[in-house]
Design a protein around this ligand. Sequence first.
Ligand SMILES: [Zn+2]
Length: 279
Amino acid sequence: MADVLRILAFGAHPDDCDLMVGGLAIKYARLGHGVKLVAMCNGNAGHHVMGGGPLAQRRYAEAQRSAVIASAGASGRVEYVVLDIPDCQLMPTLENRWTVVSMIREFQADLVITNRPNDYHPDHRYASQLVQDAAYTVTVPNVMALTPHLSHNPVFAFWSDNFQRPYPFTPDVAIAIDDVLETKLDMLQCHESQMFEWLPYNHNVLDQVPANPAERRSFLAKHWLPRMEREAERGRDLLKQLYGEGRGGLVRHAECLEYCEYGSHVDEGMFRRLFPFFA
Ligand SMILES: [Zn+2]
């Protein structure tokens, strides 16, 4: 392939990227592009029974399985990196900023995705802050001079959320994920400690988690598909514009992105290059 894209997503925890842009990761990989998913924290507080090192190791293994599933049968690869920062302790320090700058440079990212900066969880907020602080800086030769700088600032974008202040999420791109939905659920299913233990506990529905695998799959679908359906509704106008009135109207599940103003501007040519899904 002449133009292999490099897509880099920064989440705070080892399942954030899967939930928010898992479908996109699969789609890029199947088109031969390179995807790196990053969890800035090691996940060591995301459980009500276990914690610390054993939980971080368990979640690392879950993330690696998810990446293998996302890459299965694809000509491109999805890799999953977990940084060893404890949960609820991510801070927008210079040290962490340099880590993000060097990761973006070394991967030579074309598109960098993270969460928006106003979010309930401090790790989410600071992951976003760190990525925004790295934007532009990745092009400055005298910042981290030993890690070759990028000649072009990548495009930076946010995945969606429902927070209304200071302004609600406004999609710039909406991508149908119906064709990869089962694989995205397979990715989520890898995060057993979250999908069937911690999140149900935290949402007070632990007693509803079924034991057998088929019922677990339905439980997962019941809890997470509505979010992806709402994304399709939120992006409906864009979906119709991008896929055509008929096809766009029929999309059931989607993932949406909003541009960050600190990245490269997305003109029509850049859009076609970065989002090769609408032919
Ligand atoms: Zn998270």
